[in-house]
Design a protein around this ligand. Structure first.
Ligand SMILES: Nc1ncnc2c1ncn2[C@@H]1O[C@H](COP(=O)(O)OP(=O)(O)OP(=O)(O)O)[C@@H](O)[C@H]1O
Length: 446
């Protein structure tokens, strides 16, 4: 069934019923409640602005949803004379409809919007899956992939252990995608980055008026993950009092919203990850043993990049291709010295470090050549081996790119930073084949 979010100041039963008859599953709310469901899985919204005057609130709310939702706005003819309304329509609406509602036209428009939002989602998810596909090359990754395939179809909780940047979240996502819940949401929450006083509300949600600022009821991550998977990253950082609430949910399937009146239910599979040793946290009394047993149905370990050294070059090449496409630098490739340096490095930051080095190197690459210097992996030995002229050239090019980016593409300012004349800067830009506007664009992309 097609999902649709209907937001209106006053409930219009006739509109609601006719949209429902057209085959849509409707989530209806008023503008104040919209804040609570901004994160939900809705991709098509009908915003009924008839009778609305608080355009400041409406713009703020639409700002939060229009990037992932096609919006159709309903207004009355009188409102179309209002310049603020016209601005809101121009800024946020995919299309608009004026009262009285011409059902034939309105549902044709809705049908197109629904089809388009599905197409957009498909193209976004294939783009995403290209970046999120897990490279499996080394024996240790093949073994991990086999374990993922075994645990995915079951609903067993999985605890994913591994150093930072080894791909724990990617493993969780793969489990979700291979599970029966794959058509449901995958909701990731970092237990270490939640504001301490708001952890309970973030996880379990809150009722309207539960505390100052709770102007609308808000769903927590558990409820948002209903029928799907909740990934609790850095589970070791979850405060002890919230560990008790989570344990209750895992044992009984129920939870309380902050300020709520009754227990709520959600059908969620839990995956958790940690880079700290939970046994130590348990022995220090910082992590509940009973929660540990509940979360740890099966443990999967993500290897460090050093333990999967066969994957380093294939991964690096994959990321070079991704960033070359992103920055529109066709023909980028790793040089031989880059390949040697990549294999020699220790990778304390694992795959995340590799991604960061490659991204930067693609930006700094000279005519598509991603070398060890651009990766910032030149060993003393190799530095000594390079001719001084080559080294000077590399340093000069890097300094100019940095200055141009720092100055947002303004040559005059960049020349001041570099303590050279503008004319010299233009000569060097040409010498190193640096496109002024490209440098600015790169900075903005980063
Ligand atoms: N095998 C792999 N193939 C492709 N990309 C990978 C692989 N492993 C990790 N990555 C990428 O590395 C980056 C870091 O991975 P991820 O965020 O899953 O690590 P993490 O272990 O959860 O880190 P942290 O503990 O810091 O949260 C992500 O961009 C992820 O897509």
């Amino acid at each position: 069934m097609k999902n649709l979010l209907l937001v209106s100041q006053h409930y219009d039963d006739c509109l609601y019923q006719s949209i429902k008859r057209d085959g849509y599953q409707i989530t209806h709310c008023d503008f104040k409640e919209l804040e609570g469901i901004c994160e939900s899985n809705q991709h098509l919204g009908v915003i009924d602005l008839r009778g609305c005057s608080d355009l400041i609130l409406i713009e703020r709310l639409l700002d939060g949803i229009h990037s992932h939702m096609l919006i159709v706005i309903i207004v009355n003819r009188q409102q179309l004379k209002n310049t603020d309304i016209k601005r809101v329509i121009g800024k946020y609406a995919w299309d608009y409809h004026t009262e009285p509602i011409d059902h034939g036209r309105f549902f044709r428009m809705l049908g197109h919007a629904s089809g388009l939002s599905t197409l957009k989602r498909i193209s976004q998810s294939s783009l995403k899956s290209e970046n999120e596909s897990m490279l499996i090359h080394s024996p240790v990754m093949q073994a991990l992939d086999e374990q993922i395939s075994r645990v995915a179809p079951t609903d067993i909780p999985v605890l994913i252990r591994g150093e930072s940047g080894t791909g724990k979240e990617l493993v969780a996502l793969n489990i979700h995608q291979e599970s029966r819940r794959s058509s449901g949401p995958f909701v990731a929450v970092n237990c270490g980055s939640m504001v301490s006083g708001l952890v309970q509300s973030e996880l379990f949600g809150h009722a309207r008026g539960a505390f100052t600022g709770a102007v609308a009821e808000r769903k927590g991550k558990i409820e948002l993950a209903d029928t799907g998977t909740l990934f609790l990253d850095e589970i070791g950082d979850l405060p002890l009092d919230q560990q008790a609430n989570l344990l209750r949910f895992l044992q009984e399937g129920v939870f309380d919203k902050v300020g709520g009146t009754g227990a709520c239910k959600a059908n969620v599979r839990i995956l958790a990850a940690t880079h700290i040793d939970l046994d130590v946290a348990i022995s220090k009394g910082e992590f509940r043993l009973d929660l540990y047993y509940r979360l740890n149905g099966v443990t999967l370990n993500t290897p460090t990049l050093q333990q999967r050294s066969e994957d380093i070059l294939p991964l690096a090449r994959q990321f070079v291709d991704v960033f070359a496409r992103e920055f529109d630098f066709p023909g980028c490739h790793l040089t031989d010295d880059a390949c040697r340096a990549l294999q020699r490095h220790d990778w304390p930051g694992n795959v995340r470090e590799l991604i960061n080095r490659v991204r930067r190197a693609v930006v700094l690459s000279d005519k598509g050549r991603v070398n060890a210097a651009a990766l910032d992996l030149l060993s003393i030995k190799e530095v000594e081996l390079l001719p001084l002229k080559v080294l000077k050239n590399q340093v000069e090019r890097t300094a100019i790119i940095n200055a141009m980016q720092f100055s947002n593409g303004h040559a005059e300012q960049a020349a001041v930073h570099l303590q050279i004349s503008r004319a010299t800067l233009y000569r060097l830009l040409e010498k190193h084949d640096i496109d002024q506007s490209e440098e600015l664009c790169l900075k903005n992309k980063n």
